[in-house]
Ligand binder design. Structure first.
Ligand code: FAD
Length: 358
């Protein structure tokens, strides 16, 4: 058995897997073990758009070429009013990729057998030499713990007991559809929006938000979305009509209090566990990738975990807070009256792109 120190990574989502891939790629002097409460590798939410900083981070963890080969360059698109009038045209430097494919590429880049599925992290305690991680499979004594365990992060809630969260006022729906030749478009209506992003010649994904009470579920979520967007201009009707209902997911969007600190000695949080954000700018996954590319570099240098984690927090707190705020501002813009939507056309493209790039 290797005498390298062991890192436990709670969560094998985008952030956890990419961190492990990055450690392997950088030949970092660490053994790692990922634990995920899910029974198997998987991902909901159809597809994801990645901005250039996210692609750069994927290059740094060693899988950029594979993701580019599997994804689709998005290209020119538009933001439109509910009547279909163009508010803004933009050439989007985005790569769209199916989430399941991204997760499989990341999983193929980690040490075989290093992911323990069906294992939930239930707590941790710092010890003189590292951290004791409590799990449903028993305790693990490790040198360090990374919480890549998403919005509801047990690690973040242990760092900051009583961490508050509140319903943002809308669920987000996502789905996969067949839409030959569709162009990227985002349509803004009265407190609701629908965006379509091509994933290839025929395939596309869409996302939608509608103001409605928390905790709702419809027997048929697709029919619910179709009703909410009845009468909207092309391509909304044909995109929804061609959607496979099995690919439609619904999540209530929640805001979480800003985490007071991300580290506690040999413990750190990354990705949504550290800085969840509203989904409107499509930045959460990309920021998680930027986090872990940096963290893998710092750990590969051989610094002690507490020093690497503190340097990580210093570097990433301010930029991620900016993106969290920009995502909220984008959400408030969707909620604004139509006149404000139209006035937003006065903001120069370069300012919008700078905000969108994160
Ligand atoms: C509608 C919508 C659209 C979005 N679109 C985009 C987009 O286009 N581009 C983009 O970059 N981002 C997008 N995002 C954001 C993106 O999905 C998230 O930021 C990203 O998934 C965060 O990754 P993560 O690995 O930090 O967390 P997660 O993906 O939440 O992964 C956390 C993992 O931890 C596991 N876990 C949780 N608790 C425990 C525990 N106690 N023990 C063990 N395992 C645990 C979970 O099972 C999960 O596998 C979107 C989000 C939404 C809601």
């Amino acid at each position: 058995m290797s005498d390298e120190p062991e890192l436990v990574i709670a969560g094998a989502g985008i952030a956890g897997l990419a961190l492990a891939a990055g450690l392997t790629h950088a030949r970092a002097p660490w053994r790692y073990r990922l634990l995920d409460e899910r029974p198997a590798l998987g991902s909901t939410g159809g597809a994801i758009s990645l901005w250039p900083a996210a692609l750069d981070a994927l290059d740094r963890v060693g899988v950029g070429a594979a993701v580019r080969a599997a994804g689709h360059a998005v290209g020119p698109g538009s933001v439109r009013t509910r009547a279909g009038r163009v508010i803004r045209s933009l050439d989007l430097p985005l790569l769209a990729v199916r989430r399941g494919v991204l997760v499989e590429i990341l999983h193929a880049a980690v040490v075989p057998g290093s992911v323990g599925f069906g294992c939930r992290v239930t707590g941790y305690r710092c010890t003189g030499t590292g951290v004791r991680v409590e799990t449903t499979g028993g305790p693990i004594d490790a040198a360090a713990l990374v919480g890549a365990d998403g919005f509801r992060s047990l690690v973040a809630r242990t760092l900051h007991p009583g961490l508050a969260e509140a319903y943002a006022g809308f669920p987000a729906w996502r789905g996969l559809t067949t839409a030959p030749g569709v162009e990227p478009v985002q349509l803004w209506g009265r407190r609701q929006e629908l965006g379509v992003v091509p994933l290839g010649a025929d395939l596309a994904y869409w996302f939608a938000t509608v103001r409605e009470p928390e905790g709702g579920t419809a027997a048929d979520e697709l029919a619910h979305v179709v009703r909410a967007f009845r009468g909207w201009p092309d391509p909304v009707t044909r995109v929804l009509a061609a959607t496979d209902p099995a690919t439609v997911s619904r999540n209530d969007v929640l805001d979480r209090e800003w985490l007071r600190h991300w580290t506690d000695g040999p413990v750190v949080v990354v990705g949504d566990a550290a800085h969840p954000m509203r989904p409107h700018l499509g930045q959460g996954g990309g920021q998680a990738l930027v986090d872990v590319a940096l963290l893998a570099d710092l750990l590969a240098r051989g610094d002690v975990p507490a020093a690497a984690f503190a340097a990580f927090e210093r570097a990433r707190r301010r930029p991620t807070r900016r993106v969290v705020r920009a995502s909220r501002a984008a959400s408030l813009l969707v909620d604004a009256p139509g006149a404000v939507h139209r006035l937003s056309a006065l903001v120069p493209d370069r300012v919008v792109l700078r905000a969108l790039r994160g």
